[in-house]
Design a protein around this ligand. Structure first.
Ligand SMILES: *Cc1c(COP(=O)(O)O)cnc(C)c1O
Length: 384
């Protein structure tokens, strides 16, 4: 057991249930649970097992190392890895039976060399940039890339199993680019099929599109944030509106409490001054743990919310590297060791990762994903 005075408690039963809910939202499509970035901070391998137990048939990761870590942990589901560079260990990916995204000719060459080296047939998903302007081959470059990939398929070196893309504005479901990207994607699918591709999966939807737009489902959806029970479209609905439950609760133990007089400056630069005689509580997590410094309080305004013994309080003054302070209020009776909930499911009145995102001017994705490596993850709700 770690002695660290904070912990992220991850509810694997919530991950399973969220995945099952996403399977419902997906209609007949399969679910690829996106577990990149250490399962959005929740822990790669435990999350992967929970998502598979909840009905996901695929796992998605950005980095080759993440795919190989899943295999090393004995996860044998279909895994797609998609963010590659010329130094990506394509042979190791193919050898580990990982599906590989290809968005450029050098990546196709790398995959084919990897297939030759490992003696296996590589499974390729060609990624097309339908308008996000990020990864993917531009539509004009799709035909030559597909022709090369299909020529390699004819020689048995690879199978072109997937065609895929990613949306720019899925979190604004009515944005005209969503429909436009789907049209460009449909053209790309038609081109691939005309060139002889026998696609197993066409996939476009992230969490937002899975939850809000049935036309985006195709054969496979790729939800990430929703697997963890957070809403990708907070302006449309919260987790409960989509049948989701936030899976992570972040708690810390108070390191110190003390009574101070009115007018006491708190933390660096005295961005908070006690309005009355009061009790301060010291929370031993800071930006080294992923607590955003932007969640600090400023003069006249407390920062991100925390819950102490059922009371909703805000950060007093600056978030530091390892710690921040809360004003527990006059006469507060908390003592060192008492628990503070930074965020949780919200069901018990706790603040949520969305509340933290609002306080820090960011998105809930960043709140959970940036959680520092030194915060231990503990798991509840494992194996039924
Ligand atoms: C991260 C990512 C996803 C998942 O996105 P969410 O918004 O978390 O559902 C899906 N596809 C790609 C290509 C991604 O990079």
């Amino acid at each position: 057991m770690s002695s660290y005075p904070a912990r992220a408690v991850v509810d694997l039963a919530a991950i399973r249930a969220n995945t099952a809910a996403l399977l419902d939202h997906a209609g007949g499509a399969d679910v690829m649970a996106v577990v990149k970035a250490d399962g959005y901070g929740h822990g790669l391998v435990p999350v992967a097992h929970a998502a598979l137990a909840g009905g996901a048939r695929w796992l998605g990761v950005a980095q080759a190392d993440e795919a190989l870590a899943l295999r090393a942990a004995g996860v044998d589901a279909r895994v797609l890895s998609w963010l590659h560079t010329p130094s990506t260990p394509f042979a190791a990916l193919v050898d580990a039976d990982v599906d590989v995204s290809v968005a450029a000719d050098w990546a196709l060459r790398g995959v084919l060399e990897g297939a030759r080296a490992s003696g296996r047939t590589a499974r390729v998903h060609v990624k097309v940039d339908t308008g996000l302007g990020r990864n993917g081959v531009v539509p004009e470059g799709l035909e030559p890339l597909l022709r090369d990939a299909l020529a390699a398929e004819a020689e048995g070196a690879c199978r072109v199993v997937g065609l895929w893309s990613h949306l720019a504005w899925a979190d604004a479901p009515d944005h005209p680019t969503v429909r436009r990207q789907a049209e460009v994607f449909d053209d790309a699918v038609r081109l691939a099929e005309r060139l002889g591709a026998r696609l197993e999966v066409r996939h476009l939807a992230n969490s937002a599109a899975t939850l809000t737009d049935a036309a985006m489902r195709y054969d496979l959806v790729r939800p990430g944030i929703a697997v963890y029970g957070l809403s990708p479209v907070p302006q449309v609905g919260g987790p409960a509106d989509f049948g989701l439950t936030p899976a992570m609760r972040l708690e810390a133990d108070l390191a110190l409490t003390k009574e101070v007089p009115a007018g006491h400056g708190v933390s660096y630069a005295h961005a908070y001054t006690t309005p009355t005689r009061t009790v301060l509580g010291l929370v031993p997590v800071g930006y080294a743990d992923g607590i955003p410094r932007h969640a600090s309080g400023s003069e006249g305004r407390t920062g991100a919310p925390v819950q102490v013994a059922g009371r909703r309080l805000g950060i007093a003054g600056r978030v530091c590297m390892d710690q921040f302070v809360v004003d527990l209020g006059p006469g507060a009776r908390e003592v060192a060791g008492d628990a503070v909930v930074l965020f949780g499911s919200g069901a018990d009145g706790s603040p949520t990762a969305q509340d933290w995102a609002d306080a820090a001017g960011t998105i809930s994705y960043e709140i959970v994903t940036r959680l520092g490596a030194r915060v231990p993850r503990t798991y509840v709700g494992g194996e039924r």
